[in-house]
Design a protein around this ligand. Structure first.
Ligand code: ARG
Ligand code: ZN
Length: 876
């Protein structure tokens, strides 16, 4: 059942158009599909037509209007094969299937939840609706007729333009939609139900008037405003930055409450998880606002990178996802603070992609085989893919990148293409040779770059020796050197950048060194004094840097580096080093050594009003227990890390007690709430300071007051987290938690924050609470957001609670996984990846974790999704 890239073959038949008729019923929906097609010129004239299906029941099949005799076809739940079709000339195939949208708990294909019919077809959901060439290289024009009950489904939506509406009498009505753009089946969408909407409009650069609509549940319209505002900014930005214009007269977004992923870029009809649309100050945090802005833009940007130009096959997934994430990141950087946005990306990549790349599930940005494509919507394909496009931009410069992308749009509009096609555009547009660079797509693993510097005062030279290695991954032991753009800064004794008169030893472009070999020495000429070397500025490459730098140099960078990403990175690395050492102390039974210089640095950075508050907040937020564990890498003892981190926090908190207390007041935003990045930055600094102020005071009082006086969700949640996590069991904590539960009783998305807060309370007692919370009436095992908020948060973000020494956390999780797999395999397989780094635990926990993963694997009726994940986890 494994699918291989090398087996790619175009289809034997070409689809010209598909007309779909949906007669919607809660438990019985009939789907009529009329497909105009012909045999591909040059294809085997005897080749049968083979369509994919998934759990379908066929109820009718006709060729050019005449029912097909049973001997002409074979059909089962997963395949429809038709023989003796015309050798040439067009013909029409009519297929009727019956489906039950209410029983569709996988939330793939057409499903009905909370009274709404909606679809999710990427990657292979369309085959759960009707038999078809459900693959991205088959592009067709779709016309969709929806028939439904008028009262329960006043709203009938699909892709493209509305071309007809009719009252059918007997309480039913119909709507017909036509999408003039050819598209693959994964971009098909349908929504029907009773929803309200907000409307706005956008006029494109060439003067097209576009109606913008966002559909949400009744009563939620007031919370869709920020998403609409984000959409308009994204449309404008894509015109200005990349010359991309919208191409239909209407653009719709629908927010649904049961959705496996974040959102989906269906042509003209994006469907969103409602948590990525709905926001107001009382219910959404600043992080929620930022995510909404980013994801609304991401899905909109797909209209060109994904929809107008799509993937030839699913191995090319990063062609659309990596590039679109990169476009999204650039948009966020332009809307907010560029370095702060970049630091968040770096943190995300290190927290999620690096462990993936270093564990049993490692795979290249462009994989060569898969068992279940759903399991490849990964941080490697998305975020590392984005970094690869960013590196192309760094190597070619902004103009070169734009030229290459312009050529890509011009050359491949309307196509289903490959990563090679993408790279070729940059080569043809700029004359750069990307042959070596392309290895980034094919080689898994995170490169490690070791740096050694030598300053020669007499020659006024700085020599930088860089060597790279990539550790083995399950698919490949021996790695080749990559083409790595490394942005480097030389910081002089006065804190200013030093400009070399020349750089030799390899290619370089301004401050970017191009590392291409295992080892290379670059020589910077005309350097008048020994500089502090800042490597990987702006995180120019997704690599790990090993640089045994003097403490003096690191403090110079931490205090004066003008590249704020590198500056944060150094502050963070200094903190991480202290924390790792402290964890070693605890493990060895030694008293914990703290570091006054670190406290001084953090306090000084927090107080530095020349820096923006959001940056100061980042610096002040110490690496988490998971970050420390990842840095240690092996033989991890979560309890030791927890204790060590608390000890270090206390030392820092005491050293800066007055400043932190002061900041919790200074950073209060007067006046009405605004979600803009600057106001959010002030809140972030205030709340980062609150964590430390409360730790210094060893009292829940300040957080309790902050909770009481909060007039927005960011501050309220931050205060509740301090109470729940730092003062667990206190009356103040329990009061705030009870108040929150009561206050937001009717707000499932807000209660997700409550579930997550409780699921991540450190310590072994949390398991009991999580078990109890599964019985809370707000918890719903069928809703992916609830599951992720409670079970997902517990398994992936509570190191001491989940990794209880007795293994009860793993056993609980395995039980949940086994039940959940029957309901929703996509969600369950993703949840399971929370345990992918179990090999890095200390031996006793490692054995207990393995036992539970093996218990899951021993079941012979697992979904393909889950089977794939657990088998890969156990194989390495
Ligand atoms: N294309 C969507 C996005 O990134 C995600 C779809 C996820 N689908 C899946 N089967 N995992 O915008
Ligand atoms: Zn995407």
């Amino acid at each position: 059942r494994t699918v291989y890239l090398k087996d790619y073959q175009p289809t034997d038949f070409i689809i010209e158009s598909i007309d779909l008729v949906f007669d919607l019923g809660e438990t019985l929906t009939t789907v009529g599909s009329e497909i105009r097609m012909h045999r591909r010129p040059g294809a085997d004239p005897a080749a049968p037509l083979v369509f994919a299906g998934d759990g379908l029941a066929l109820s009718g099949l006709a060729l050019d209007g005449k029912p097909l005799l049973p001997e002409r076809y074979d059909c089962d739940a997963s395949t429809l094969t038709i023989r003796d079709l015309p050798e040439d000339g067009s013909f029409t195939l009519t297929i009727k299937t019956r489906i039950n949208p209410s029983a569709n708990s996988e939330l793939l294909g057409l499903y009905r939840t909370s009274g709404i019919y909606s679809t999710q077809c990427e990657a292979e959901g369309f085959r759960r609706i009707t038999y078809f060439y459900d693959r991205p290289d088959v592009l067709a024009v779709y016309t969709v007729t929806i028939i439904a009950d008028k009262q329960s489904c006043p709203l009938l939506l699909s892709n493209g333009n509305l071309v007809e509406e009719q009252d059918l009498g007997d309480g039913r009505h119909m709507a017909k939609w036509h999408d003039p753009f050819k598209k693959p089946s994964y971009l098909f969408a349908l929504v029907a139900g009773d929803l309200t909407m907000i409307e706005d409009s956008f006029t494109t650069m060439s003067g097209r008037h576009v109606a913008l609509r966002i559909y949400v549940e009744h009563g939620k319209a007031a919370r869709a405003g920020y998403a609409m505002d984000s959409l308009k900014r994204a449309m404008k930005w894509d015109e200005e930055r990349f010359g991309r214009e919208y191409d239909l007269d209407i653009f719709m977004i629908v927010a649904v409450s049961d959705f496996n992923m974040g959102a989906m870029e269906n042509k003209g009809l994006n469907i969103f998880n409602d948590r990525l649309i709905l926001a107001d100050p009382e219910t959404a945090t600043d992080d929620d606002y930022a995510r909404i802005e980013a994801v609304v833009a991401h899905e909109y940007f797909h209209n060109w990178t994904g929809n107008r130009i799509t993937c030839r096959d699913w191995f090319q997934l990063s062609l659309k996802e990596g590039l679109t994430v990169y476009r999204e990141h650039e948009f966020s950087a332009d809307q907010r603070s560029r370095p702060v946005v970049r630091v968040d990306e770096v943190k995300f990549l290190r927290a999620h992609q690096f462990p993936e790349d270093g564990g049993p599930l490692a795979h290249p940005v462009r994989p060569t085989q898969y068992l279940e494509i759903d399991n490849f919507y990964t941080t490697t394909v998305y975020e590392k893919g984005s970094e690869v496009s960013r590196m192309i931009a760094t190597l070619l410069g902004p103009d070169g990148f734009r030229k290459g992308l312009d050529l890509f749009f011009e050359r491949h509009d309307g196509g289903a293409v490959t990563i090679e096609d993408y790279l070729k555009c940059f080569e043809d547009a700029t004359g750069h040779d990307l042959t070596h660079f392309a290895l980034w797509y094919h080689q898994a693993g995170t490169p490690v770059i070791s740096v050694a510097s030598f300053y020669d005062e007499r020659k006024q030279q700085l020599k930088l020796t860089l060597s790279q290695t990539t550790p083995p991954t399950p698919d490949e032991k021996i790695k080749k050197p990559l083409h790595i753009p490394l942005r480097v800064g030389l910081i002089g004794p006065n804190g200013a950048d030093m400009a070399p008169t020349a750089i030799t030893g390899g290619e370089s472009r301004k401050d970017v060194l191009e590392l291409t070999k295992d080892e290379q020495t670059f020589v910077f000429e005309g350097i008048g004094a020994r500089p502090a070397v800042s490597v990987n500025r702006d995180f120019s490459a997704p690599v790990k840097i090993r640089f045994d730098q003097s403490r003096e140099d690191r403090l110079r960078i931490a205090g004066a580096e003008r590249d704020l990403v590198a500056r944060w990175d150094t502050v963070n690395a200094l903190a991480l080093e202290v924390l790792v050492k402290a964890a070693e102390d605890v493990k060895a039974g030694r008293p914990v050594t703290t570091d006054p210089a670190l406290s001084d640095l953090l306090v000084a950075t927090a107080e530095d009003t020349a820096l923006e508050p959001a940056f100061r907040a980042l610096a002040l937020t110490l690496p988490g227990e998971l970050d420390i564990g990842r840095e240690i890498g092996a033989d991890i003892d979560p309890d030791a890390i927890h204790l060590a981190r608390n000890t270090v926090i206390e030392a820092i908190a005491e050293a800066g007690a007055d400043s932190f207390a002061q900041l919790t007041g200074d950073m209060a935003n007067g006046g009405a709430f605004s979600p803009d990045a600057q106001s959010a930055g002030r809140r972030a600094l205030r709340n980062a300071a609150l964590v430390l102020a409360a730790a210094a005071e060893k009292s829940p009082r300040r957080a309790s007051q902050a909770y009481e006086s909060a007039d927005n969700m960011t501050d309220m949640l931050a205060a509740m987290r301090v109470l729940a996590h730092q003062f667990a069991g206190s009356a103040e904590a329990e009061n705030a938690l009870a108040d929150f539960r009561r206050r937001f009783a009717g707000e499932p998305l807000v209660l997700d924050k409550w579930f997550s807060t409780l699921a991540t309370v450190p310590g072994e007692n949390t398991l009991e609470r999580v078990t109890k919370l599964m019985g809370d009436e707000a918890f719903d095992e069928g809703n992916p957001n609830r599951v992720r908020a409670l079970i997902g948060a517990f398994a992936s973000s509570n190191p001491t609670g989940f990794n209880r020494p007795d293994g009860a956390g793993y056993a609980f999780f395995a039980d949940f996984i086994l039940t959940s797999d029957k309901r929703n395999a996509t969600l369950t397989a993703r949840l399971m990846t929370a345990m992918r780094s179990f090999e890095a635990l200390e031996p006793s926990r490692r054995a207990l974790a393995r036992e539970q993963i093996e218990r899951i694997a021993a079941h012979d009726d697992l979904s393909r999704n889950l089977r794939d994940i657990v088998d890969r986890m156990l194989k390495s």
